[in-house]
Design a protein around this ligand. Structure first.
Ligand code: SAH
Length: 229
């Protein structure tokens, strides 16, 4: 176990602020290209911004809570990088500049409507999972000081509701951002999260919470709710 102070290094703050600034500029440019991008991509952009609105307060609060245990894993870092690329950077770059227009495809209107509808449970589950995890949320494989096992709210029957939300978003993305690079890549990125991060995270939770976590696993599903008698 390695304890770390709740303060961020200067370099991390500068990098974080630079990413936020670039992201903001790309969102504005993407919105200005609404006619070229089409309504489906604008739905994606709106939901992307709402997702940030949900997450930012949790990111800020988490900075003030010390980390008690951090599992550094190169494969998990690669997966997070791939997700950042496929679900944030590439779609924003494409929608703000048309950079990947050569990889565009066109789907019927109903496909865009399905994508837009799927964003509703995504946003709800994303919001609820952050709210229910509270101070126990971390972007990485980390446990906070005083970390407790959450087994209520959306965690009562599913162990990974936040990832379930991200999978819904990854399924909707190719329907809304109709491009092989800026849309479809979200699906393998979400699959990588599932195959690499989930086993590592469950091991960390088992190591920490032991039989309490085993019992919790027995009565919950990973992604789909488990209903026991
Ligand atoms: N996998 C969960 C949580 C994602 S956030 C989900 O999809 O909803 C990742 C962090 O949440 C992990 O690093 C771990 O510290 C924490 N975490 C995951 N499940 C938890 C639980 N049931 N109770 C408390 N913390 C949990």
């Amino acid at each position: 176990m390695t304890a770390s102070a709740p303060t961020r290094s200067m370099t991390a703050s500068v990098i974080g602020s630079a990413i936020m600034l670039v992201g903001f500029v790309l969102v504005v440019l993407a919105a200005l290209r609404w006619q070229a991008n089409g309504w489906e991509a604008m739905v994606w952009l709106l939901c992307f911004v709402l997702q940030l609105v949900i997450r930012v307060p949790h990111t800020r609060r988490a900075r003030g809570i010390a980390i008690a245990d951090r599992r550094k894993d190169a494969s998990e870092q690669l997966v997070l990088g791939f997700m950042f690329l496929a679900m944030m950077f590439l779609p924003l770059l494409h929608l703000s500049s048309g950079a990947f227009a050569f990889a565009d495809y066109r789907l019927p209107v109903w496909a865009g409507i399905v994508g837009a509808v799927v964003q509703l449970p995504f946003l709800w589950l994303f919001w609820r999972s952050h709210a229910d995890l509270g101070i126990n949320w971390s972007p990485g494989l980390e446990l906070r000081e005083g970390h407790g096992l959450v087994t209520s709210g959306v965690y009562a029957r599913i162990r990974h509701p936040m990832y379930a939300a991200l999978f819904l978003s990854a399924l909707a993305q190719p329907l809304l951002v109709q491009n092989w690079l800026a849309g479809v890549l979200a699906i393998p990125a979400a699959a990588a999260l599932w195959f690499v991060r989930v086993p590592l995270e469950e091991k960390m939770m088992r190591d920490t919470f032991g039989s309490e976590y085993q019992t919790y696993c027995a009565r919950t599903g990973r992604l789909l709710p488990k209903f026991t008698a």
